[in-house]
Structures are given as C-alpha cells and as structure tokens.
Design a protein around this ligand. Structure first.
Ligand code: ADE
Ligand code: ZN
Length: 343
C-alpha cells in the first residue's frame, strides 16, 4: 500500500479541469485581502475553512465568488496562479489546463487585461523554472446572460494568443448549454476549442446539448452520463474525454461517498475519463489527493491509474511533440515497475 501511494504521488500527471480562482487557499486569500485593505467576512483562516461545508454546487459557488473578491491587481492574479503551479511542481503535474472566470473580475470593475497578464506571467515563469506546460481556457458564467458571455468573448479577443478555448461553468441546472450556442459558434469561428461543464448536477440532456450544439472537445464532469446508455455509447464511440473531479463530486454531494463514485466503472465501460481537482483549495486536495482518494475509496489499481493519466495526456490541448514527450515521461516512470505487484 505504501508503495502504491508512492507510485501514485510520483506519477507524472496532467490536469485538465482546474479553476484558478478555486486554487486560492485561505492563507493567501487573507494575505492578498490585507495588502489590498479589504475586510474579509471571516475572522481567521480556520473560520474560512469551517465554512467550506457544502451540500450542493450553489452553496459552494456563493462562497467561491466571495473569496475571489480579494483579487484586484495583476500581482494578485500572479501570486494565486504561481501558488497553484508550485503545487503542480510538488505533485509532479507536468502539464495543466486552467480555467479562469473573467466575469467574476470584470463585473467588479477589473480590466480583463489585468487578469490575463497576472495569470499568463505566472504560467510563463512556471514553464521557464520547472518545465510545466499549460493552456488557458476562458469560462463563461452560465448564470449570467448569453449577451454578457458574448461581450466577454469580444473583450478577450485582443488577448486571443493567450487562451486556447472557451468553457462554461457556474450554476448548471436551469442554464442549459443551448443558451450559449451563439457565443460558442463565434468562439469556434475564431479557431478556439470548446468545452463545457455538463452532467455534474444537470441531466444527461445537457451533455447531449454540449456535444451537439456547442461542439465540445471535452465534457467537464459528465458523470451523469451513466444514466443514459445511448449517451455512454456516443462518448465511447467518439472517444470523448470526461474531466472528472472525484473529491469535488463528494464535497458537492454529487455522490454520497467515494465508494459510490462511478469514475472506474465508466473507465471499464471504455469512456475516456481523466482525474482532476476542480477547486482544490475548497475541496480538500490537489491531484495527488484525488488519486489517493480513489485508492482509498475505490481500490484504484496501478494499471487503472496509468490509464487515467494516459487519458489525460491524450485529451490535452497540446502539440503532438509535447504529447509524445509526456507519454515518454510516463513510459520511463512505469518502465521496470511490476504494476500488478502494487495492487
Ligand atoms: N466553478 C468552479 N467550480 C465549478 C464547478 N465544480 N461546477 C461549476 N462551476 C464551477
Ligand atoms: Zn469545474
């Protein structure tokens, strides 16, 4: 078991579902709030953590948007992003694709360029210092209007070189993908890739819509696909990746406990599932904690873990050369290890 834990934590990994605002740890939230002269509605770091007791997605989102309010300056976005990338370095995450929510900031009067500059400067530094590659994905807040999403895309286009795609997040139920068809069409004409949160709390129909109307290259979460056999067949036949976030799903009560999670049964049915942390500062862990939770709750095997990482590499928005390099790094790590002996 110890060997297996070592094996999982040392695996060279990729992360494809990470909200950078969800990586803001309470300590850094306080530090940034203080230097910006803001009063937080909490007395201490411990009080913040004690408030992280969610029963559904909305309860989390309410507190997550509140936490992001400390972010005002370019340096704040840089520090938050760099803190996440340091965790990547410590946890052997070799490539990461980050979501950011510009509307959470522009609606508070912050220039979108400030957000872009702070995040991308940290991404560049992490590439230079640690060889961590990354991509940025701009998410539209689906509880806001389709017009606001279109305005956000327009405002972001001067920074087109800094992001590879667009996504859809925030309150899912009542805000189906079809609401954002026009803005996703526009993004596709700009050569952007598309992804969408679907089937986290929302029904399988939202996954169908994301595939057919938003032309997504990946589904974020997607775990409710299991309720629709035809949909699972479509996902398998098209090799469509799901960016699954195990600890998030437990913290937001999508599943009651890890033993009930369907990630490994989807894997065994041939769905291209991947492991990700979503909002690690809020959900109790980064990539390694997610893999360890799958070991603990679902008896994840070493072979399954390697397949999950390979799925992530294959589902990444990267060049063929980088994909080959990541596979080679994984091959070298696994070479000589008797995977069955670890189980
Ligand atoms: N924004 C940040 N995390 C999210 C999640 N898990 N679902 C929807 N929107 C989000
Ligand atoms: Zn998410």
């Amino acid at each position: 078991m110890t060997d297996m834990k070592q094996f999982l934590t040392g695996l060279p990994k990729v992360e494809l579902h990470l909200h950078i605002e969800g990586s803001l740890e309470p300590e850094l939230m306080f530090e940034i709030g203080k230097r910006n002269g803001l009063d937080l509605p909490f007395d201490s770091v411990e009080a913040v953590r004690a408030a992280y007791n969610f029963h559904n997605l909305q309860e989390f989102l309410d507190i997550y948007y509140q936490g992001a309010q400390v972010l005002l300056k370019e340096q704040d976005f840089y520090d938050m992003t760099m803190a996440y990338l340091k965790r990547c370095q410590a946890q052997h995450v070799r490539h990461t694709e980050l979501f950011f929510d510009p509307q959470t900031h522009t609606d508070r009067g912050i220039e979108i360029g400030v957000v872009f500059q702070g995040i991308t400067r940290a991404l560049k530094d992490a590439q230079a210092q640690w060889g961590i590659s990354s991509q940025l994905i701009l998410c539209f807040l689906r509880h806001l209007s389709a017009e606001a999403a279109m305005d956000t895309l327009e405002a972001a286009l001067p920074y087109r070189e800094h992001f590879i795609g667009v996504g859809l997040d925030s309150s899912e139920v009542g805000h189906p993908p079809e609401k954002f068809k026009a803005v996703f069409e526009r993004a596709l004409t700009e050569g952007l890739l598309t992804v969408a949160h679907a089937g986290e709390e929302g029904p399988p129909d939202y996954i169908w819509q994301a595939l057919d109307l938003l032309k997504v290259s990946r589904i974020d979460h997607g775990v409710r696909c299991a309720e629709d056999d035809l949909l699972v067949k479509r996902l398998v036949d098209t090799n469509m990746p799901l960016t699954v976030c195990p600890l998030s799903n437990i913290r937001l009560c999508v599943f009651r406990e890890m033993g009930d999670h369907n990630i490994l049964s989807l894997l065994e049915r041939g769905v291209r599932v991947t492991v990700n942390s979503d909002d690690p500062a809020y959900f109790g862990g980064y990539m390694n904690e997610n893999f360890l939770a799958l070991l603990e709750g679902l008896q994840l095997s070493a072979q399954q873990a390697v397949t999950l990482v390979r799925n992530g590499i294959d589902a990444s928005f990267i060049s063929d050369a980088r994909r080959q390099a990541l596979h080679a790094e994984l091959d070298a790590y696994v070479k000589g290890v008797d995977l069955s002996s670890l189980n």
